[in-house]
Design a binder for this molecule. Structure first.
Ligand code: ZN
Length: 359
């Protein structure tokens, strides 16, 4: 496969408990505080120190890095932020890296670069090849389901990424270094179709559903395999998320804002919007703003400012560079989302979800 330069990925059981027996000692364990009670016992007496991620702002990471104890390896244990932080530390210290996914919430474990923030704006920097990525069936199935559903965001985005690539090509604005490539686009779109044809398996998190998610997320390594060309896997849907994150400075479960961005980008491109929305709802990925701790006013503001954001940050050419977002469009997005999920009812709905899979 031309684009696939995959990471060694191991599925099994009791994988967390084995780490202490083979990771170079002493090691630095990078994880999230809210999931620690679940995994604490597996590291009791092990030669390691534990680091809880609070922020993926580079400044904060560098300050913490300066105070680290000696370590011979880095272990990332989490879904998004812990995985990205472990990559960053392993890169800065040139230490071997082992990643353990506790939820299939995004594709961070399958990218060479760490998605860290500099003054609130995401930057993908660094180089980290994990010795292996471990995925434990029992750990994944025991994770809050919405964290696993979040993973479809980083697969459905292939559809909108390809739409942007075709759009930029059609209007003569595609970067010369990234000419449209039907083979790469087709490979990406197969991952999308795989999700759409396994909606029930993903919702129930059967072994097949887990396999479909992993196959789609592993495609993240094709960013490197395609010569650092991200066009077949990312576009307006992520740009919307980056704008929302920048404006609100909040942390998100990745697939929620990206999923909302998929719907937005599909509407702008007039391509399969209802189909994507319906798949996200049936799987159980809640893309209503309130479910991610923001309001429609903040989403509306991010939509209005998205064009300015993508120009200012010199992102690759997409429909977000041209689309005139007015109040009518925001109303249309809201009507579509609430038509599928129902309007948010604060007396009935749970508080917005915990963040262990966030990035
Ligand atoms: Zn993503």
């Amino acid at each position: 496969m031309r684009f696939m330069h995959d990471f060694q990925t191991v599925l099994g059981r009791n994988l967390v408990g084995e780490l202490r027996n083979f990771v170079h000692r002493p090691f630095l364990l990078v994880t999230m505080e809210d999931m620690w009670p679940k995994f604490n016992a597996a590291f009791e007496g092990a030669e390691c120190s534990v680091y809880f991620v609070r922020s993926v702002e580079e400044k904060a990471l560098l300050a913490d890095l300066a105070q680290f104890p000696d370590a011979q390896a880095v272990v990332g244990l989490g879904g998004g932020m812990a995985i990205d932080t472990a990559k960053y530390f392993s890169w800065k210290r040139r230490l071997p890296l082992f990643q353990v996914l506790t939820a299939l919430s995004m594709d961070a474990a399958f990218g060479h670069r760490a998605g860290i923030r500099i003054d609130g704006v995401v930057h993908y920097i660094g180089w980290a090849m994990p010795e292996a990525v471990y995925i434990d069936y029992d750990v994944i199935k025991a994770a809050p389901p919405h964290l696993n559903y979040s993973g479809i965001g980083d697969i459905l985005c292939n559809h909108t990424g390809v739409l942007d690539w075709r759009y930029a090509t059609r209007i003569g604005k595609c970067e010369a270094k990234w000419p449209y490539d039907e083979e790469a686009a087709a490979a990406s779109l197969r991952k999308v179709d795989n999700v759409l044809s396994h909606v029930d398996d993903i919702r129930r998190l059967t072994d097949k559903g887990i396999e479909v998610l992993i196959d789609g997320l592993r495609w993240g390594t094709s960013f490197h395999g395609n010569g650092w060309n991200p066009r077949h896997v990312e576009g307006t849907e992520h740009f919307f998320f980056y704008t929302l994150e920048y404006e609100t400075r909040k942390k998100f479960v990745h697939g929620q804002p990206v999923g909302l961005g998929v719907y937005v980008a599909c509407l702008l491109h007039d391509s399969r919007a209802e189909e994507m929305l319906s798949a996200m709802r049936r799987i159980g990925l809640d893309i209503r703003p309130e479910a991610m701790g923001v309001g429609w006013d903040e989403v509306g503001s991010a939509l209005h400012h998205m064009r300015d954001f993508v120009h200012r940050n010199r992102l690759w050419y997409s429909i977000a560079h041209d689309a005139e977002v007015d109040a009518k469009f925001v109303d249309r997005v809201r009507a579509g989302v609430e038509g599928a999920y129902g309007a948010w009812r604060s007396d009935r709905e749970p508080d917005h979800v915990t963040l262990s899979g966030a990035s």
